[in-house]
Ligand binder design. Structure first.
Ligand SMILES: C[S@@+](CC[C@H](N)C(=O)[O-])C[C@H]1O[C@@H](n2cnc3c(N)ncnc32)[C@H](O)[C@@H]1O
Length: 358
């Protein structure tokens, strides 16, 4: 009969764990409060405004003072705003103001919280899926997941894609400047497609994603950005998008979400020009579990449990690479798809950037 080895309880460790949990429950609830502050314009009204009372903030945002007061106290307890007991006023420090209000800053955070809130909202479906082993498709999630994803990733693309990731690829900038054909596969709301279309007016971009609603949003975004003539969008899966002899195929934070990434890789290989390039951007990860047991890995493993793994399992093959696949597994996918050259071209604390060539 199996025996369970009893270890004497370390009461200090137990207390420490309980207090850590208190902090984490506060942080979990703060996800909703950050989205609330973003949606009601509370952070934007505080940015650069100096010390402010709850009544003044409520007045400026056309909200109810009692809610705003409680929200401010939660924000102060979490270190998101500062409270001065002498005056009863609250201040949004400039660093927090950048991270919570400046959409063009690489530090911009509201999208991160919005996708987290949407993921938690949908978690009862994941509990059921974990019982049955079924998947939950990307398209089955609430809007906060889709829009939060766009708003979460866009600042990183703004900061890196044109200035660092594309230049890290062999000969790609020259082609884009003179006129290239580019497919952005798994494009979501088209943040990356539009950014590239804005930077390279001589090239043609087409975004593909199986999620029809996302593609409609991407079309609207391209209109707003004035690039609809060179950034078009089509609702098709990665294994079946049309066109051939592309100079560049890109996949941003989506290969691991696909049910059959090897099938997708094969399709990329046959749709590329002989000297074409496949750019794969994936979440930062080491190859071993123990490499990823840190705050970034924790966030990604959590998103992976609630979004990425179920998304892949909802599709044919259901390889379920997970959001912490790491370089070795992505290389394996590319090689099995028929690519002979593969290298890590760039990285950030949040992303791995790979170049695969035929
Ligand atoms: C995490 S989102 C990333 C979206 C976008 N690339 C971005 O960076 O904002 C993953 C995307 O992959 C798409 N996707 C998942 N499986 C797909 C498939 N088999 N074919 C095409 N797109 C797929 C989803 O619809 C979703 O838009």
């Amino acid at each position: 009969m199996a025996t369970i080895e009893e270890r004497p309880l370390d009461i200090d460790k137990l207390h420490g764990f309980v207090f850590k949990a208190v902090e984490e429950v506060g942080a979990t609830l703060n996800t909703a409060l950050v989205v609330m502050g973003d949606r009601l314009g509370l952070y934007r009204a505080m940015a650069g405004a100096g010390p402010i009372t709850p009544a003044e903030l409520a007045d400026r945002t056309d909200t109810a003072e009692r809610y705003v007061r409680e929200w401010l106290n939660a924000q102060a307890a979490g270190g998101y705003v500062e409270y001065d007991p002498e005056t009863g006023r609250y201040t949004l420090p400039p660093e927090q103001a950048v991270a919570l209000t400046q959409e063009d800053s690489p530090a911009y955070l509201p999208g991160f919280f919005q996708i987290a809130l949407g993921s938690v909202h949908d978690s009862p479906n994941i509990v059921e899926a974990a019982r049955s082993g079924q998947g939950v498709g990307w398209h089955e999630h609430v809007h906060d997941v889709h829009e939060g994803c766009e708003r979460f990733f866009r600042p990183g693309y703004n900061a890196n894609l044109i200035s660092a990731w594309l230049p890290a690829l062999d000969g790609v900038i020259e082609k884009l400047e003179s006129g290239a054909r580019v497919a952005d596969v798994g494009c979501g709301h088209g943040a990356s497609t539009i950014l590239m279309a804005q930077a390279f007016p001589n090239s043609q971009f087409v975004g593909f994603d199986y999620h029809r609603e996302g593609i409609e949003t991407a079309r609207g975004r391209a209109e707003e950005a004035g690039v609809a003539s060179r950034a078009t969008f089509d609702a098709v899966p990665a294994a079946a998008y049309p066109g051939e002899a592309y100079d560049l195929v890109t996949m941003f934070d989506c290969l691991h979400d696909m049910g059959d990434p090897v099938g997708a890789a094969r399709h990329v290989r046959q749709s590329l020009a002989e000297d074409g390039t496949w750019l794969i951007v994936e979440p930062f990860a080491g190859d071993r579990i123990e490499d990823n047991l840190n705050p970034v890995g924790r966030a990604y493993y959590s998103f992976s449990t609630l979004l990425c793994t179920p998304a892949s399992l909802s599709q044919e093959v259901g390889l379920a690479l997970g959001a912490q696949a790491g370089e070795a597994r992505i290389r394996d996918v590319a090689e099995r798809g028929g690519f002979t050259r593969f290298r890590r071209a760039a990285e950030t604390p949040f992303n791995l950037v790979f170049e695969a060539r035929p």
